[in-house]
Design a protein around this ligand. Structure first.
Ligand SMILES: [Zn+2]
Length: 268
């Protein structure tokens, strides 16, 4: 064998050494998606989840209908739903999307929604791969999926489609998804009413999406805005990515909202 041939062999070997880890990491994170086009969206899933897709589709369809009924409008564009077979697969997606290569999700995190996609751990695996979620609790499972589908709709209307460029509107983004999905249930409302009586309410809306009561606090503020200004006005706020624009559009101030909300909650 000539020297030249040897060199060729060596560089080929080097190429294989370099390429193989790239391919194997792709396999580990489950990039071999099976896709299924639906009306308005496409589902991507791993072969391991194939048997459950029909069941999941019912949740997606119900959720989509709840969203469009609530917001009285249809989605402005198509989106993708990724059903992740493992938590590592979900993390790898978030690491790429958020440009945070070291990101590791916490056990309660199972899904996210932005304008063009919804990422979710295969719901039947929540019991083993997550904490705080039980697939067999069908109402909570549906509400969670509807919550993410609200985020998708919201992202399609918002100036920041992936909510990366927003200023102090977490309470609105999460409050809307919580309220419109039905997650702001009587238990959460009672918890907020109790916190009001105990004077344990954060001082600014910016802090509403923090702590144990974040769903109840943010959800009931959006419920209050819906009651005060009406559904059409509420929907018109989806395009804004700053609290300043939101308050301007409602011709109000943060303290006026806080005071109005407190009164509304006490009478609820
Ligand atoms: Zn959310």
């Amino acid at each position: 064998m000539s020297k030249k041939g040897n060199m060729k062999k060596q560089s080929l070997l080097l190429l294989i050494i370099l390429i193989v880890p790239i391919f194997s990491s792709l396999t580990i994170v489950g990039e071999k998606w099976i896709s299924e086009k639906q009306n308005g969206y496409t589902i991507f899933y791993d072969s391991k989840d194939k048997k459950d897709i029909l069941e999941y589709k019912v949740y997606f369809e119900n959720g989509k209908k709840s969203v469009t009924d609530f917001l009285k409008n249809s989605y402005s564009s198509e989106f993708n739903i990724y059903i992740h077979p493992t938590r590592a697969s979900l993390d790898s997606s978030w690491q790429k999307d958020w440009n945070m290569p070291e990101f590791k999700s916490q056990c309660w995190m199972v899904a996210s929604g932005i304008a063009d996609k919804l990422d979710i751990i295969s719901p039947k695996k929540w019991d083993s791969l997550a904490c705080e979620h039980t697939y067999s609790n069908t109402i909570k499972t549906q509400n969670l999926i509807t919550h993410e589908l609200i985020h998708v709709f919201h992202g399609q209307q918002n100036k920041s489609p992936d909510f990366s460029d927003v200023d102090r509107i977490d309470w609105f983004v999460e409050g809307l998804a919580t309220y419109a999905s039905g997650q702001c249930d009587s238990i959460r409302i009672l918890e907020v009413k109790k916190a009001l009586l105990d004077n344990k309410i954060p001082e600014s809306l910016n802090e509403f999406w923090t702590g144990n009561l974040k769903y109840g606090l943010s959800g009931t503020v959006v419920m209050y805005l819906d009651n005060k200004y009406g559904r059409e006005k509420l929907t018109s706020l989806l395009k804004y990515n700053t609290i300043k624009e939101l308050l301007n559009s409602l011709d109000t101030t943060e303290s006026e909202i806080m005071n109005g909300w407190k009164k509304y909650m006490k009478e609820l």
